[in-house]
Ligand binder design. Sequence first.
Ligand SMILES: Cc1cc2nc3c(=O)[nH]c(=O)nc-3n(C[C@H](O)[C@H](O)[C@H](O)COP(=O)(O)OP(=O)(O)OC[C@H]3O[C@@H](n4cnc5c(N)ncnc54)[C@H](O)[C@@H]3O)c2cc1C
Ligand code: SF4
Ligand code: SF4
Length: 375
Amino acid sequence: MSDEEIKSFKDLITEVQEKGICGKCGGCVSFCSAEELNALAIAEDGSPRFIDEERCLKCGICYLICPQIKALNNELKEQLGWKAPIGSYRKLTSARTTDREVRNACTDGGVVTSLLIYALNKNLIQGAIVSKKIGPFLRQPMLVTQPGELIDAAGSHFDKTLHLEEIGGKYSTYSPVIREIESIGTDFLKSVALVGTPCQIYSLRKMQLLNVIPADIITLTIGLFCMENFSFDENARIKLEKKLKIELKNVKKLNIKDDVIVTLEKGEIVHLPFEAVDEIARPACFACPDFANDFADISVGGLGSPDGYTTTVVRSSIGEKIYNGARQKKYIEELSYRNKEDLSIHKTEIMAKIVSFSRRKKERAKRRKKGTVNA
Ligand SMILES: Cc1cc2nc3c(=O)[nH]c(=O)nc-3n(C[C@H](O)[C@H](O)[C@H](O)COP(=O)(O)OP(=O)(O)OC[C@H]3O[C@@H](n4cnc5c(N)ncnc54)[C@H](O)[C@@H]3O)c2cc1C
Ligand code: SF4
Ligand code: SF4
């Protein structure tokens, strides 16, 4: 086989970037085998680019770990025992934290933060890659090792000490956690958790399949359900505010369940259908088929659960160990039901909603591929 036949960054340019579906996750640059040779860099707008094409080693890693490349799909599905329609799972439930501080900070039921606190306290992990708010509509990934830092990173409330103007007219709910994996290599940690969207867990699983260091140190993945993520600039903000009659500076909390839920400063709650905010969704999201984070150890979302609870899908043996341990030690509790029939109806409803959202997202990705959905 000649060098020319091996897919490389050059192919990501034609198959991903030129098609307008690059998610600017930075994985291809962070895990480039020619990193020391400075073959690739991240441009100011977050896009990856060649510094010098001649320095590319054509190893194929960047190509295969890109979330928009499906080449390892079958291998991954086989390895993780994927089953239709939402991937394999051992438990499907609504749960919430028992900790008041977590409850006050969290997005839905605080399950993510409480599972991570339990795992840290029991030394099952030594750190976690989470995403901390650094401004309104802006998050940054970081490796944390203390329960207090996990509470700081929880939730989807906006930090009012920072003003919209201070972030330079750039707004993004997307947090490039894949790049942060690099940081664990230097910290001598043996076991780290990662919280991420489906595209991020998908990239990580491909890195683990290919034995890309230090992806093996990620021993627990908590995957968020994800319909779409938002990225926009000042012009889009002004247009959106006019259309929705909402000023972003008055937004206290943003949550996504069946639709986009905006809580305003004065406590008013506004529900927006996804279509109303499609214009600020990242173009990459329209090509993304995974809603339920099919390859995570534990997947979570608000969809299907009452307010204050997290819909929790426990998938793997490590996920089960952490979930059961946290429940036994009363870090989390499950929604209680009057009887078995109510329990069964509730679980059926959750399942039906997850499947329906998963289908909707897969259909959208198919239409994007055929060119019938705008990027
Ligand atoms: C961009 C995005 C889209 C989502 N879309 C849906 C959806 O369509 N339907 C649905 O039911 N649920 C969706 N969710 C999941 C939901 O909003 C909650 O995160 C989930 O229910 C967990 O709630 P919790 O209270 O248990 O988590 P918490 O205890 O509040 O912890 C949340 C964790 O998520 C991390 N986090 C926050 N933002 C990001 C980010 N941008 N990237 C990576 N990690 C992050 C935090 O650092 C924290 O560790 C989405 C979440 C995000 C971030
Ligand atoms: S989606 Fe990520 S891995 Fe793929 S080309 Fe864009 S930055 Fe690179
Ligand atoms: S919709 Fe897909 S590509 Fe977009 S953030 Fe969510 S998982 Fe990633």
